[in-house]
Design a protein around this ligand. Structure first.
Ligand SMILES: Nc1ncnc2c1ncn2[C@@H]1O[C@H](COP(=O)(O)OP(=O)(O)OP(=O)(O)O)[C@@H](O)[C@H]1O
Length: 232
């Protein structure tokens, strides 16, 4: 199973992004500065938008999902019960996992942004998508919830997971790091080697690299373990 971007160019007026890349099963992390083109690329990968040039090829991928940055954009129903049901999953299980039991008749739009995000991600992760593209899934979540989501993403090793994020501290176990540099999608490489050339790495990772330590991976445990290796 793979997703291939063949000489893809995404354009908005005089802004453009070029991508030539293949994504295989595992967790792919894509970072880039504000306005680098993360949301635009996420939309093209999932067929929500078409590239100006090139081709997006899905091989062996039957079910695709884009998790939108703003959870309210993905709400379609008037009650939590109906919203959870609309994802085709047992609503009681979903609401229990999202810790929203008892709120079945509430309008999802009255939930806090974090609660909406927890509901959206619980529904998405309960379905078995071959290609899951997540645009800033960790924004609005607290540390505990970020870690829970990251653990769930790490369980999708046989599927393709593409994570676009500005997150600085909490990451799942990542297989490949990519970044958007100068209007191009660049592959930094597999983890851990790719960490060394990751220009938009978050401050904790840059601090470890400056101290001469390369973490094994990016989970909170990996970063803590690497910090313990500084100065012996
Ligand atoms: N519909 C549009 N018309 C014109 N320009 C657009 C349009 N959509 C996006 N852009 C521009 O394209 C560039 C990439 O936008 P995009 O939202 O993909 O970036 P991003 O990396 O997701 O940003 P952020 O980190 O702020 O979420 C930005 O400069 C943005 O202003």
């Amino acid at each position: 199973m793979h997703l291939t971007l063949e000489k893809v160019v995404i354009r908005h007026e005089d802004w453009s992004l070029s991508c030539d890349a293949t994504f295989t099963p595992g967790v792919h992390l894509i970072t880039g500065r504000i306005g680098a083109g993360k949301s635009s690329l996420a939309e093209v990968m999932t067929g929500v938008a078409q590239p100006a040039e090139g081709r997006v090829r899905l091989d062996g991928i039957k079910k695709t999902m884009l998790s939108l940055q703003f959870p309210e954009y993905q709400i379609t129903q008037r009650t939590l019960h109906a919203e959870a049901t609309s994802w085709g999953i047992d609503p009681d299980l979903i609401l229990a996992e999202a810790r929203l039991t008892g709120l079945e008749q509430r309008d999802p739009l009255t939930l806090s942004r974090g609660e909406q995000k927890r509901l959206q991600l619980t529904c998405i992760l309960a379905s078995d998508h071959d290609l899951l593209v997540l645009d800033e899934p960790l924004s609005s979540l607290d540390c505990m919830e970020k870690e829970r989501v990251c653990r769930r993403l790490g369980e999708r090793q046989s599927r393709i997971t593409i994570l676009f994020t500005h997150e600085q501290w909490t990451f799942p176990r990542v297989d490949m790091i990519w970044e958007i540099r100068d209007h191009q999608l660049v592959c930094c490489g597999p983890v851990p080697e790719g960490i060394k050339t990751w220009q938009t790495a978050p401050p904790p990772v840059l601090m470890l690299l400056r101290a001469g330590v390369v973490p094994e991976n990016l989970t909170p445990e990996d970063l803590k373990e690497a910090a313990c290796r500084i100065n012996g």
